[in-house]
Design a binder for this molecule. Structure first.
Ligand SMILES: *Cc1c(COP(=O)(O)O)cnc(C)c1O
Length: 379
């Protein structure tokens, strides 16, 4: 008989979501307007300790709107972390603008501040104009070197969009990720730390931007009894039902962070002593939600075992694991974009593996994962 599937990161509902959904049905607020949306926005802004929030249909939509609010247009350049998921940078292309990729540093695996400075200087030299925005990603929940990145960005007066899609609940020097840049983005996709089935949010202290985001997300409808439009709009609002799920998920977010961090500690206890295996450490002042537990496998110190052989061994036991994100500058679709690289993300992609990390994994399931890896030869 096939063993029960262990997923990389599956949705994990609490006890309150269904009550909020029931309430939406009982009151017939089923569409992308309704009281759960407003409440979710207020609660999310309070959680992040920021001013304002727009609940949207996805994290990608939030990045798209953030770029529009920063007036990114055709032929502008936007700098983005190369080591990320394509949702970070696809919206640059939606606008006909050009992504410029910047590689990671090897401590947090996020955008390298020195390389960022180099990229900005070089783009100005080459094109005669400044990149319009910087998309800073906090990958796997780990805070980037925020102070260093923000000081480079401020020096050149380039606005920063923080892609905290994987990093809700993470903080840097006591402040929530998503609140350092000019705007912050969260995702509530099914595999993220909390989910609304699909959804996202844009947060900012700038009230004007957030109300403009809500306007653009509802087809840019001007105030009039009929439908009047002076701008191109989008259908990017979150539904009232999804927002209800989000309200329930917010109530258990800190528990979910603890559960994910416990997974990380479990794997580190099992393999941390192995000379060929390493786990990313939290720099002092940084708090990671440990969305996914990631580890690096050095084949030379693991008897020739590489991350792919471990992945296949897990797969044979019906356990889902995954290589780290393939850097954007290596993606065929972005092959012609300028990229400032130092080898870090390429090495991480080669040697890195994401282990099953759901907050709903049982102790038995975690033990099953570890056992398969040990049996394969990671003693
Ligand atoms: C998931 C994710 C996104 C996109 O979020 P969606 O809600 O799936 O559109 C963007 N950036 C990163 C880093 C992500 O992990």
């Amino acid at each position: 008989m096939e063993k029960k599937k262990i997923w990389l990161s599956s949705p994990h509902m609490g006890e309150h979501e269904i009550k909020f959904i029931q309430e939406a049905f009982d009151t017939n607020w089923i569409s992308p307007v309704g009281p759960h949306i407003n409440a979710f926005e207020v609660e999310l802004a309070a959680y992040a300790k920021t001013g304002y929030c727009a609940a949207l249909s996805s994290g990608t939509a939030a990045i798209h709107l953030a770029l529009i609010l920063l007036d990114v247009k055709r032929d502008d350049e936007v700098i983005c972390s190369s080591f990320t998921f394509s949702g970070s940078c696809n919206p640059i292309a939606y606008l006909g603008a050009a992504p410029v990729f910047v590689d990671a540093e090897d401590q947090t695996w996020n955008m390298d501040p020195l390389l960022l400075e180099e990229a900005i200087t070089h783009r100005i030299e080459k094109t005669g104009k400044k990149p319009k925005a910087i998309i800073l990603v906090h990958l796997y929940g780990m805070p980037a070197k925020v102070n260093e990145i923000m000081s480079v960005a401020r020096k050149h007066e380039i606005p920063v969009i923080e892609d905290a899609a994987e990093a809700i609940g993470s903080s840097y020097q006591g402040k929530m990720l998503g609140t350092f840049g000019d705007m912050g983005v969260y995702s509530f996709n099914g595999n993220k730390i909390i989910t609304t089935s699909g959804g996202g949010a844009l947060i900012s202290n700038n009230q004007g931007w957030i109300s403009k985001a809500k306007f653009l997300a509802t087809q840019a409808r001007d105030p009039a009894p009929h439908y009047e439009h002076t701008e191109i709009g989008y259908n990017y609002r979150l539904s009232n039902i999804s927002a209800g799920i989000g309200r329930g998920q917010l109530m258990v977010l800190s528990e979910r962070v603890t559960q994910r961090r416990n997974n990380f500690e479990f794997y580190r206890a099992a393999f941390g002593h192995h000379p060929g295996i390493s786990f990313p450490a939290e720099p002092s002042g940084s708090f990671s939600n440990r969305w996914l537990t990631t580890m690096l496998i050095n084949p030379e110190q693991c008897g020739g075992l590489d991350r792919e052989s471990i992945r296949l061994a897990l797969d044979a036991e019906n356990i889902e694991s995954r290589p780290l994100w393939k850097p954007m500058h290596l993606q065929p679709v972005f092959a012609n974009c300028p990229a400032y690289v130092n080898g870090t993300s390429e090495k991480l992609f080669k040697d890195g593996l994401c282990l099953p990390s759901g907050s709903n994994l049982s102790q038995e399931e975690l033990l099953r994962v570890v056992k398969v890896m040990k049996n394969k030869g990671l003693q």
